[in-house]
Design a protein around this ligand. Structure first.
Ligand code: SF4
Ligand code: SF4
Length: 570
C-alpha cells in the first residue's frame, strides 16, 4: 500500500507540474505548497501552520513573489532556517512556449555539434605552431595573467561570505560563486580540461607557503592509491551537507567550507611536494579531472623517441626558476589530461622544445585509455546519482518523496540522508547488473569488475550535460543578479535581479544539452565496446545492457528538466 502511495505522490507531483504549465499565475513553489498543505490537512498529526509546512519542505521558502523586497527575502531566509537544502522554490521564469523551446534546443544542439566538428577537423594540430600562442605560454606572464584576477575575485567572494548579507539573494559573494562560477566552470572542462585548476585560488595559497618551506616529501602509497576514494567521500559529504543544511543558501556556511578546503590544501602543501592536494584529495579536482577527459586539447610529447633519450627530464624536475610539473607528470609516461592543468611549465622547461599543445576530438580520451582505472570509473558512475539528486532536490517532487519516507516514522534529516544514498546506490546497483550481463556477452570472457571499470567512462558525457543543464537554469533564470552582484562588490548590496532569457530558452537549452549528453554517452559506450570486440555486431551485443541503462538515465534526466526548478536564494 505504501508503494502505491509513492506512485500517487509521484503522480501528484506530475499533476502539479501540469497545472503550473496550464496556469502561469501559479508558480512552482505555490503549487507545491498548496499540494503540501493539502497533504498536511489530510494528516491527523500534522499542524497546519505555514511554518510547519515549510519545515517539511527543505529547500523551499514561503515567499511568493519574484520581486520580493530585501526584508521579505531575509525573512524567508530565516524561516528557511536549519532545515534548508539547496535552492528555494520561489519563482518561475514564466510559461514555456514549446515552439520557442524546440527552436532554441535545436540551435543549442547545432552549436554543440558544430563545436565537436570544429575540434574534430583540427585534431592533431599543435597550437604551439602559432608563434604568438607559444610566446604567451612560455612567457612569465602565463599563468599569472589568469591567476591574479581570480585571486582578487575570490578575495571579494570570501569577504562577502563572512561579512555580507545573510541572504543569498542579497550577497554578491554567494551569487558570484554559485550562480556564475559554479555553472560556468564545467564548460571550461569540456574545452580546456583542468584549466580551472591553474587559476584556482585554493592551491595558490599552499604554493605561497611552499616557497618558504620547500617540501620534498612525496605522497605515500596510501594517498596515491586511495586518494580518489577520499575525494569521493568528501564530494558525497559536501553535497549531502548542502542538502541537509543549505550550504549554498547560507553565505557564511559556503565561506566555512571554502576555508576548510583551503586549510586542507595548505596542510598538504606544507607536508608534500607539488600539488598533492589537487591531485589526490580535492573534490573539485576529482570532478574536473574526470570531466577533463572530454577536453578538446592535450599536452603531450612531440616525439617520444626524443624523450626516451632525454637525461635532463626537465618536464618533471623543472629548470631554472620554473618548477617541474605540479602533478608530477613525466612527459613520456603522461596519460591523458586527467592530471594536467595546462600550466605550461613543461613547455617552458623542455630544452628540446619537445612538448606539444595539441587539439584532439572531444571525448576521445574516454575510449582510448591506455589504462582503465576502476576508481576513476567509479567516480564517474557515482556522479550519475549525485547529479540526479542535485537536480531532484530543486523540484517539488523532492519534498513529496521526503514526506513519503517520513510517514514510516523516520525523521526529516534521516529521510534526506536515505533518499540521498538511495539515489547514489540505485544507479550503481543497476550498473553492476549491466556490467555482469555485458561481461558475460563478451567474446573474450572478462570479469564483471573490468567491464564495470571500462564502461564507467561512458557516463561522463551525461554527467557533464546534467551538471551543465541544471546550472544553466541558475545562470540564465537568475542571470540579472550576476550583474547586480558585480555592482554589489562595491556597494555590498544586490539591487538587480531576474532572468536574462525566457523559460522557453532555458528549457530548450537544457534539452539540447541533455540530448547531446545522452547521445554522447551512447557513442562513447559504443566506442569502448568496439575497442574490445572485433566486429560491430559483437560490440553492439556487449554495449546493449549498458545502453539500456543509459537510456534510462537519459530519460530520468529529461524528466527532471520537464519539471520546473527552484531558484536559489529568495
Ligand atoms: S618532454 Fe622534454 S624534458 Fe621531458 S622527457 Fe621529453 S625531452 Fe625530456
Ligand atoms: S607541467 Fe605540463 S603536464 Fe604538468 S600540469 Fe603543467 S602543462 Fe600539464
Amino acid at each position: 500500500m505504501k508503494y502505491l502511495n509513492l506512485i500517487f505522490v509521484l503522480l501528484t507531483a506530475l499533476a502539479v507540474t501540469g497545472a503550473e504549465e496550464n496556469d502561469s499565475h501559479i508558480m512552482p513553489a505555490d503549487a507545491a505548497l498548496m499540494n503540501m498543505a493539502e497533504s498536511a490537512d489530510s494528516s491527523t498529526d500534522t499542524e497546519h501552520s505555514g511554518h510547519d509546512v515549510q519545515d517539511m519542505m527543505p529547500g523551499m521558502v514561503m515567499n511568493k513573489s519574484a520581486d520580493s523586497s530585501a526584508e521579505t527575502v531575509h525573512a524567508g531566509h530565516e524561516m528557511h532556517g536549519e532545515t534548508a537544502g539547496t535552492g528555494n522554490a520561489h519563482a518561475s521564469t514564466g510559461p514555456v512556449d514549446l515552439g520557442a523551446a524546440v527552436i532554441t534546443g535545436a540551435l543549442g544542439l547545432a552549436l554543440i555539434i558544430g563545436m565537436i566538428a570544429f575540434f574534430q577537423s583540427l585534431r592533431g594540430k599543435d597550437l604551439l605552431e602559432y608563434t604568438w600562442f607559444k610566446k604567451l605560454l612560455k612567457s612569465n606572464l602565463y599563468p599569472k595573467i589568469l591567476q591574479i584576477p581570480t585571486l582578487f575575485f575570490f578575495g571579494f567572494i570570501t569577504y562577502y561570505f563572512f561579512w555580507g548579507s545573510l541572504s543569498y539573494s542579497q550577497n554578491p559573494g554567494s551569487i558570484l560563486a554559485w550562480t556564475l562560477w559554479w555553472p560556468l566552470v564545467p564548460l571550461t572542462f569540456i574545452l580546456l580540461g583542468r584549466i580551472w585548476c591553474v587559476i584556482c585560488p585554493i592551491p595558490l595559497v599552499g604554493e605561497f607557503f611552499q616557497k618558504f618551506i620547500r617540501p620534498t616529501r612525496r605522497p605515500g602509497r596510501f594517498l596515491i592509491k586511495y586518494g580518489i576514494w577520499i575525494t569521493d567521500g568528501i564530494f558525497i559529504a559536501i553535497t549531502l551537507f548542502d542538502r541537509l543544511y543549505g550550504m549554498v543558501d547560507k553565505p557564511w556556511l559556503s565561506g566555512m567550507i571554502f576555508l576548510l578546503i583551503t586549510g586542507g590544501a595548505i596542510i598538504l602543501s606544507i607536508r608534500y611536494e607539488r600539488r598533492s592536494f589537487c591531485k589526490h584529495i580535492c573534490f573539485l579536482g576529482g570532478v574536473s579531472g574526470n570531466y577533463s577527459m572530454l577536453a578538446g586539447v592535450s599536452i603531450e610529447s612531440k616525439n617520444p623517441e626524443r624523450c626516451a633519450t632525454c637525461r635532463v627530464r626537465a618536464c618533471y624536475f623543472g629548470s631554472g626558476n620554473t618548477p617541474g610539473c605540479p602533478y608530477a607528470q613525466f612527459m613520456p609516461a603522461k596519460i591523458g589530461m586527467r592530471n594536467c592543468n595546462l600550466c605550461a611549465s613543461c613547455i617552458k622547461n623542455c630544452p628540446y622544445d619537445n612538448v606539444a599543445f595539441r587539439t584532439r576530438s572531444i571525448a576521445s580520451e574516454l575510449w582510448s585509455h591506455a589504462k582503465v582505472s576502476f576508481s576513476e570509473s567509479f567516480f564517474a558512475k557515482l556522479m550519475v546519482g549525485i547529479v540526479i539528486i542535485q537536480n531532484l532536490g530543486m523540484l517539488a517532487v523532492w519534498s513529496n518523496l521526503q514526506n513519503w519516507v517520513m510517514q514510516f516514522g523516520i525523521g526529516e534529516k534521516m529521510a534526506v540522508i536515505l533518499l540521498y544514498f538511495a539515489a547514489i546506490v540505485l544507479p550503481l546497483a543497476l550498473m553492476t547488473i549491466t556490467s555482469y550481463l555485458s561481461s558475460s556477452l563478451q567474446t573474450e570472457k572478462g570479469t564483471m569488475l573490468a567491464n564495470f571499470a571500462a564502461f564507467g567512462y561512458a557516463f561522463i558525457p551525461i554527467d557533464v550535460a546534467g551538471h551543465l543543464a541544471h546550472n544553466l537554469f541558475h545562470l540564465l533564470a537568475e542571470g540579472k543578479s550576476i550583474i547586480g552582484a558585480f555592482l554589489g562588490l562595491f556597494t555590498g548590496r544586490v539591487d538587480y535581479s531576474g532572468a536574462v532569457v525566457s523559460s522557453s530558452v532555458v528549457t530548450g537549452l537544457q534539452f539540447g544539452l541533455i540530448i547531446a549528453g545522452g547521445f554522447g554517452t551512447l557513442y562513447v559506450a559504443y566506442r569502448i565496446a568496439r575497442a574490445k570486440e572485433q566486429s560491430t555486431i559483437a560490440a553492439l551485443r556487449i554495449v546493449l545492457p549498458h545502453a539500456l541503462l543509459l537510456v534510462l538515465v537519459f530519460a530520468v534526466n529529461l524528466f527532471l528538466f520537464i519539471t520546473p526548478m527552484a531558484h536559489r536564494g529568495g
